[in-house]
Write a protein that binds this ligand. Structure first.
Ligand code: HEC
Length: 227
């Protein structure tokens, strides 16, 4: 009985009829008993042969040592497109400095370094002290929220005035633009920009990028659109 139990998982040649037949033992049909008996005998022979082979075998072929070998023979799994990608994250420029010292020095303070920054009191150049700007009948307001967030009240996709927090600054000189987060991971650029030049050169003021066109929310070029 114990031999049968041990042989069972590795004896696929066993006729399927033998398994249900053995425990049932219907005494009525002689033929059935005969077939079942023969099947049992065959099972015992196969089991004995299997155990004998196993005992003769040298240690490396035991299942325990085969398993890791077989696994290492398989090619490494290819990244499947269905697998969830590992989210990339920004490591920061300081991670590059140790190997690229001269490049880091040349880049630091350059317009490239300052091209896109979080909108903070240190990076925002525009006047957000409740300043109004008129463009083709729309009065936009630049202000700061109670918690210090830089905001603009301007015409949204429906043409109505809405409040938008400024996420990023874009550029430093001669103008600075502002990026606003929209649904779907988009950042839309406000069409009203800050002239960063000194006052003596006509700067330090808000201006619209298309001053002579009337671009409203129905226009493909409206700032909330895809262009
Ligand atoms: C551990 C050292 C190391 C770090 C850290 C490192 N790099 Fe590099 N990087 C190298 C080496 C080495 C080269 C090859 C230079 C060569 O072929 O002349 C290289 C080349 C480059 C190049 C190509 C330059 C060219 O002329 O084609 C760029 C761009 C670059 N690195 C950017 C970065 C950035 C950005 C970071 C930080 C996010 C970074 N590296 C961090 C060592 C490093």
């Amino acid at each position: 009985m114990s031999k049968r139990a041990r042989a069972k998982p590795s004896a696929p040649a066993t006729p399927p009829a033998a398994l249900p037949a053995a425990p049932v033992k219907p005494a009525r049909q002689k033929t059935f008993l005969l077939v079942a008996g023969l099947a049992l005998l065959l099972l015992v022979i196969v089991a004995s042969l299997f155990i004998a082979t196993r005992e003769d075998a040298t240690p490396p072929t035991s299942p325990a040592s085969i398993a890791p070998l077989a696994a290492s023979e398989q090619p490494p799994p290819l990244p499947s497109p269905a697998a969830a990608p590992v989210a990339a994250s920004y490591v920061g420029a300081s991670r590059c400095q140790s190997c690229h010292e001269s490049e880091f020095k040349a880049w630091s303070g350059s317009h490239h370094q300052l091209a896109m920054q979080d909108a903070t009191a240190a990076t925002v150049l525009g006047d957000f002290a409740d300043v109004s700007f008129n463009y083709q009948g729309v009065a936009s307001t630049f202000f700061k929220s109670a918690d210090g967030q830089f905001m603009v009240r301007t015409d949204g996709p429906d043409g109505k005035l809405s409040d938008y927090p400024i996420s990023y600054t874009f550029g430093v000189y001669p103008l600075q633009q502002y990026l606003i987060a929209f649904p779907g991971g988009r950042y839309q650029t406000l069409p009203i920009a800050w002239d960063a030049r000194p006052k003596s050169e006509g700067g330090q003021r808000w201006f619209h990028l298309y001053p002579d066109q009337k671009i409203d929310h129905t226009d493909a070029l409206h700032w909330t659109g895809i262009y």
